[in-house]
Design a protein around this ligand. Sequence first.
Ligand code: NAI
Length: 274
Amino acid sequence: MAYNLLKGKKGIIFGALDENSIAWKVAEKVHEEGGSFVLTNAPIALRMGKIKELAEKTGAELIPADATKIEDLENLVEKATEVLGGKLDFVLHSIGMSVNVRKGNHYTDMNYDFTTKGWDISAVSFHKTMQTLYKKDAMNEWGSIVALTYMAAQRVFPDYNDMADNKAYLESIARSFGYFFGSEKKVRVNTISQSPTPTTAGQGVKGFDGFIAYADKMSPLGNATADECADYTLTLFSDLTKKVTLQNLYNDGGFSNMGVSQQVMDTFMKEEDS
Ligand code: NAI
């Protein structure tokens, strides 16, 4: 259902790779709600992914940018404001990658070059994006910037590996930069902490099937889907949340406040009995 929540609003959406991507769902829904945007992803993802399909469907321009490279981000922000005809109202950072996870390196046996690359892509890219927007004064007052995160920033999930540290770093950048963006430009910055979701990045985590099933059984409302994450993101882009900033907001069916659920207890007791 569309409410015209984002009518006339302009923005940049990072990280749509294929139709499972959370950013893909956000782009579809922003389009439905009357917003216009530029889509961006790393040059390699543009070559491999299906993002052209999404650009055609939503009437969006596609501008490649490696989010770790300042010159790419500068070019992106300049072109996006040109194409969209003015400053921006919303930005979604939906980027994550750990080379240690990808190569199967255990948390206790990291390759630190991979670690560095991982935090650059997953966390510092958010600082670089915001610094570029800030220096170019590219955000409208009461604009909204959102990044996606996961609860491994607060609690231990062993197989989440160095992505847990990257997410803690990302959330801290949101607060620290959010202070300056808020007090000087009236722009809000938040992170959404999403349930495990079956996407390319999500499925890269070892034991993902168990991980997602456990979270679903623990959460009173069940796991939040990518579609539901997109809905929540839209509220943060809309004028209905103008004073929400510096927050890490859970979209997780209640998981983050649970100790144990009856369903998990039942499963555990069944295993004990057999
Ligand atoms: P996805 O794999 O569809 O999206 C990740 C995106 O990051 C891809 O589009 C990829 O091309 C992009 N990317 C990687 N390196 C880049 C670079 N150097 N420059 C620009 N873009 C780059 O997966 P998903 O799940 O939609 O991920 C989006 C965000 O949601 C990530 O921050 C992820 O950590 C977060 N998240 C995902 C959860 C899950 O279980 N899938 C749970 C909680 C948070």
